[in-house]
Design a protein around this ligand. Sequence first.
Ligand code: F6R
Length: 366
Amino acid sequence: EKGGYEHFMLKEIFEQPRSILDSMRGRLELGGSHLNMAGFRAYEQKFVNAQRIIIVACGTSWHAGLVAEYLIEDLARVPVEVEYASEFRYRNPVISERDIVIAISQSGETADTLAALELAKSKGATIFGICNVVGSSIARATDAGAYTHAGPEIGVASTKAFTAQVTVLTLLAMCIGQRRGTLSDTKLRELVAELHNIPSKVEKALKLDAEIREIAETFKDVPNFLYLGRGYNFPVALEGALKLKEISYIHAEGYPAAEMKHGPIALIDENMPVVVIATKDSSYEKVVSNIQEVKARKGRIIAVVTEGDTTIPAMAEYVIEVPHTSEILMPLVSVVPLQLLSYHIAVLRGCNVDQPRNLAKSVTVE
Ligand code: F6R
């Protein structure tokens, strides 16, 4: 059932070229600009008139929500807030009938996410669900939504569910942008074409497996890790750190790279590995400066870069090259080496990667 893989987590990481394709299937046509999302169509007018979109989720799904904040604000120009479901539900939030609340949940059973959604519904907001498990509680509680179609995820640490969520949220942002007239037809076609290239780019990133295992060998015994990224790669830094904590029990923190100098820089010395996601995008030069700051303090840099980068390899101890893609689609590719890094470190430390201690696949109690 593990399809020849040693663990479900590894199988699920390697399934991503297909699961990403499955989450796009039937929803966009190659070369065209016609997007087909039934759940969106049902609430098209609400999305067009929305004054705000609030995303509620927990854990990895919350990280997918952060990517969606960038996507929706970029492509559709609707203000977005991303909330931890557990905080949102207890803080007497301001919610109106012109708000759309999107709940993101792999299992569709997370107690806090479900309660946040029920609260929003009681205040008259339109509620929309992005779930993986068909017929789950959150899917049933929502007015409309979109399934991620990643297939069953068995490993407790979420991998393919995350990339499927980001794929669906990308399509949703494109739908809203198209209907609101904030996304030009040319840009839309470009994105559709590039989305079709994503599965093969993820496939290429998976070929880094052996190389990443070697990096894991080097760092498997360290007590701490720092992950940095900016823009679309900031949520990826958070996700990389969460993956490492969950399955290897190494303390890791993810930060927006620029926040480093407001505190975490004090942690950096010759014993601190710093994973920097530094792909070629609009914040590239800024990230290069952040790498210099880490290097000046002798931090050990592991950089995820775009293929062909010649600047960062001269500064980093290890470089992981991923294929180039559009800035807004990069999380789908750049998260893959981080999933593999945490997987290999955990295996080398003898941890139970599919069922890490103290964690459950579905958190049905708050
Ligand atoms: C991370 C992880 C958890 C879940 C979180 C939300 O790998 O598994 O952080 O992402 O418990 O779960 P869902 O998406 O089922 O609501």
